[in-house]
Design a protein around this ligand. Structure first.
Ligand SMILES: Nc1ncnc2c1ncn2[C@@H]1O[C@H](COP(=O)(O)OP(=O)(O)O)[C@@H](O)[C@H]1O
Ligand code: SF4
Ligand SMILES: [Mg+2]
Length: 338
């Protein structure tokens, strides 16, 4: 994999300046209107991603992962809250300043093939975002294309093919190259390996790891698969019905998850046998229930540890050790005994 080149004129890749916070979202609330009902997709979500860090966002379908991704990418406003990216308030920036900041954060979709224009060659699809942001001359564009192909492990000879002439894994690599073209600092990846065969999945996971190291990229990596997040991410945030249940270093996921929902998700991974897990096997009871009233802990109807207060009071996210926060009324008891 080629290193991120310092000469931004030719290679065009941004050079990251220092460490520290890249993305910081605070108290994000997002409602959707469905007929006369208001759906709460995000309920006071606060999360950050540091430079060069990969943060996984996991949870069952409908918990708000894609909504969070859309807000971070600027595809619609939140109803409340703030989004800081690269030290800029993304909700108050306008015009050219906003366009320039947005360049730093790009998306990789679940099925990149479906978002590629079937009438454009993949070479043209990859260079399209470069031309949009900063049209270079054709020699420079060709150099950049070669660099991007090399970065995602594709033969340059594939540039003249159309999306339907590539395999699923190759199309996903094209999607990643297209996302990298505007020189982002961060990729928001929304289930980027879910639709791939297991063997291709592991190759794409390796590519994400190489890019993270080589380009010092940050990821907000959305997946319903904890095993995938475990391989790629530094930290993991677990969501349940629009709220964060637990945020922790990924190294603590299997041995030290504290929230009953996270423990149930970890217990469901076959490779995590009892010797590896730091807690007894917990099975998820039933399915996500429709929320009539957002009162108390929304996980309570499925929680084996629920007590009466769980149905009344919303548990706050409390930091129990550096970088590890849990939203559960039982957490004090658990930390006393662990
Ligand atoms: N455009 C929309 N209009 C109405 N409801 C929506 C819309 N997008 C998402 N939702 C609802 O918001 C909630 C969160 O959805 P989403 O963010 O897509 O979850 P996830 O990506 O975790 O599956 C779900 O209840 C979903 O039905
Ligand atoms: S707050 Fe109560 S219902 Fe919610 S996860 Fe903790 S114990 Fe279970
Ligand atoms: Mg989704």
């Amino acid at each position: 994999m080629p290193e991120r080149e310092e000469n931004t004129e030719v290679a065009g890749m941004n050079v990251l300046n220092g460490n520290g916070r890249l993305l910081e979202i605070k108290d994000l609330i997002k409602y959707y209107r469905r007929g006369r009902k208001l759906i709460t997709a995000l309920d006071s979500v606060s999360l950050h991603v540091d430079r060069g860090e990969a943060v996984g966002l996991v949870g069952e379908s409908g918990c708000g992962k894609s909504t969070l991704a859309r807000l971070v990418l600027g595809l619609g406003p939140p109803d409340r809250g703030s989004i800081l990216f690269d030290a800029a308030d993304m909700l108050s920036l306008r015009g050219e300043a906003l366009r320039r900041k947005r360049k730093g954060i790009q998306i990789v979709f679940q099925d990149c093939g479906s978002v590629l224009n079937p009438r454009l060659t993949v070479g043209a699809a990859i260079t399209e975002p470069i031309a949009n942001f900063n049209p270079p001359d054709s020699v420079c564009l060709d150099k950049k294309l070669k660099y991007l192909f090399e970065m995602v492990g594709l033969e340059k000879s594939l540039a003249d093919r159309f999306p339907h002439q590539l395999s699923g894994g190759q199309r996903q690599r094209v999607g990643i190259a297209r996302a990298l073209a505007p020189e982002p600092f961060m990729l928001v990846c929304d289930e980027p390996v879910s639709s791939l065969d297991v063997s291709v999945q592991s190759q794409i996971i390796d590519l994400f790891l190489e890019l993270k190291k080589g380009l010092k990229l940050s990821y907000l990596f959305i997946s319903h698969d904890l095993a995938v997040v475990n391989q790629i991410c530094d930290r993991v945030a677990v969501m349940y019905l629009g709220r964060l249940a637990e945020v922790m270093p990924v190294t603590e996921l299997v041995s030290g998850a504290m929230h009953p929902y996270t423990q149930a998700l970890v217990s469901a991974i076959p490779a995590n046998n009892p010797e590896k897990r730091g807690f007894p096997c917990l099975q998820l009871r039933g399915e996500v229930l429709p929320v009539v009233e957002r009162r108390g802990c929304l996980f309570a109807p499925r929680c084996v540890e629920a007590q009466s207060c769980c149905y009344e009071t919303v548990p706050c996210l409390v930091e129990i050790s550096p970088g590890h926060s849990v939203a559960c009324h039982n957490i004090k008891e658990k930390t006393k005994t662990s």
